[in-house]
Write a protein that binds this ligand. Structure first.
Ligand code: HEM
Length: 481
């Protein structure tokens, strides 16, 4: 069923809300978003003010980086999926929203994330990525396990030394190597990149995302430095060149395959760099700390249940972590989906209305004009109490267990599509969907094969959670590895 025809009755209404005065309204809203209200409150307060989950508002960064900050926000589980409907929205040049980073940061190319499926290159690049992930599917589990068991060994030695271990730092280094090894069989740290890969990647990511983040510095510094002008691409050129060199050598086989799909080697390599460094590495940088934070916060009772389920399934598989064993871990799977629901790592989605549209929320149908920018703040949709009930804002580990639980998966949107659907070359759903869900599960598996329980402190940082392990209790039973 199309998202605008979901059965809300009544004549279409104009979308309520206000953009305020030109320039001043957008700057004022940006300050609300970053400093005075914060993201969640920014959207919640506007839903409240206009008694509507479809509402007109400004999104950051606004002047002078974005030509037009005005959007129609879809902020509930029912209206949000209009953004997945390729007949209704065009997704050209709006991966980062109302501004687009310079293509000087991507070798002069508009990479896949910025292409609409109607553009022929989109199909070719997405197919390249599907082929890559399929060809490496048997490498994911062993590569994950070797990289992350070594991370946990480091956690233990840091705990022994100083009583704490910063997960995010270790995760950055480990995820970067893990992805390179899983995709290409070559650990970036064993090449000329050395240990510098994650820092170079992080700097390049900041150059693209600075308009959307706050570093926690005083407003008077951040506004001119981060939110008003683009950082000059030449300052990150050397870092990008070093990353490119790694991908063009390590990704040789993928690039050969890409040429067969009709892509030039150079365009394929810039895309490979982006999908690996921005989409994959950037994703795991946020996903894993969020997942560990939620599991830590749920406490020892959940840990006991996870350990029992995971060790039982692994024992049944002859002591091995196999895909089939992981598939049997109902609670583990639910925990990962619940974390993706509660804290979707990519929170903003955009699309231009291809034609005049009617968008239905739970409460009414709204008229959107051709060319208007639709925008979804995903946490509002995936924490919608009309779908997830009174616990919508809480981490409920077994929410997706059982037949009833599974029915809710259609409302999990982290991949820019429903969790019950699969990405294709004709849409904009994340091609890494299965990979992401699998590695999330593998992280939980690794934790509870090794530990009976663990404790951590959690705070917020740039794009998500910051996690510091404060204690681990080694496993007292089970297959052990
Ligand atoms: C697209 C999320 C990991 C490759 C997307 C989109 C989201 C997303 C929300 C849609 C963006 C938009 O157009 O509005 C995530 C998250 C990840 C993750 C949260 C990890 C936690 C990956 C991985 C890959 C990948 C591992 C590796 C192939 C891509 C690409 C696109 C995309 C190429 C553009 C798709 C298209 O143009 O059709 N991802 N992703 N992502 N993702 Fe992922």
């Amino acid at each position: 069923m199309a998202s605008s025809d979901q059965g809300s009755s009544g004549a279409p209404k104009p979308v309520p809300g206000s953009y305020g005065l030109p320039v001043i309204g957008a700057v004022r809203d940006r300050l609300d978003f970053y400093y005075f209200q914060g993201q969640d409150k920014y959207f919640e307060s506007r839903i409240e003010r206009y008694s509507s989950t479809v509402v007109r508002l400004n999104v950051p960064p606004g002047p002078f980086m974005a030509k037009d900050p005005r959007v129609v926000a879809v902020l509930d589980a029912k209206s949000f999926p209009v953004l997945f409907d390729m007949d209704k929205v065009e997704k050209k040049n709006l991966f980062t929203g109302t501004y687009m980073p310079s293509t000087d940061l991507t070798g002069g190319y508009r990479v896949c994330s910025y292409l609409d499926p109607s553009e022929p290159t989109h199909t070719k690049v997405k197919q390249m990525l599907f082929n890559l992930l399929l060809s490496r599917k048997d490498e994911v589990i062993p590569t994950f396990r070797s990289n992350f068991s070594s991370l946990l060994a480091t956690v233990e030695s840091e705990l022994a030394k100083s009583g704490k271990a910063e997960f995010n730092k270790l995760n950055d280094v480990t995820s970067f190597d893990f992805i390179g090894e899983a995709y290409f069989g070559v650990r970036p740290s064993s090449t000329d990149l050395g240990s510098g890969g994650p820092a170079k990647a992080a700097k390049w990511l900041i150059w693209q995302l600075h308009p959307l983040v706050t570093l926690g510095l005083p407003m008077i510094l951040e506004e001119p430095l981060l939110h008003t002008f683009h950082l000059p691409p030449f300052l990150v050129k050397g870092d990008y060149k070093a990353l490119y060199k790694y991908y063009s050598a390590a990704g040789k086989q993928v690039l050969d395959m890409a040429e067969g799909l009709g892509l030039s080697r150079e365009e394929a390599c810039h895309n490979l760099l982006f999908a690996t460094t921005f989409n994959s590495y950037g994703g795991l940088k946020v996903l894993f700390p969020g997942l560990v934070a939620n599991v830590a916060g749920a406490g020892e009772k959940l840990h006991e249940r996870l350990a029992a389920e995971i060790r039982g399934a692994v024992a049944e598989a002859g002591g091995k972590v196999t895909l089939a064993a992981v598939e049997r871990m109902e609670l583990t799977k639910s925990v990962v989906w619940e974390s993706l629901r509660l804290d979707p790592p990519v929170k903003f989605q955009y699309g231009h209305a291809k034609k005049d549209l009617e968008v239905a929320s739970h409460d009414g149908v709204f008229q959107v004009r051709k060319g208007e920018m639709l925008f979804g703040y995903q946490p509002c949709a995936t924490r919608d109490a009309r779908v997830f009930g009174a616990t919508a804002g809480q981490f409920v580990p077994d929410r997706f267990v059982g037949d009833e639980g599974r029915k809710l998966l259609q409302y999990v949107y982290w991949s820019n599509g429903r969790e019950t659907e699969s990405p294709s070359v004709g849409d904009k759903q994340c091609p890494g969907k299965n990979f992401v869900v699998l590695v999330g599960r593998l992280l939980v598996v690794e934790l509870f094969l090794r530990y009976d329980t663990f404790t951590a402190t959690v705070s917020t940082e740039l794009l998500g959670s910051s996690v510091v392990f404060t204690g681990v209790t080694k496993a007292t039973s089970g297959p052990g590895s």
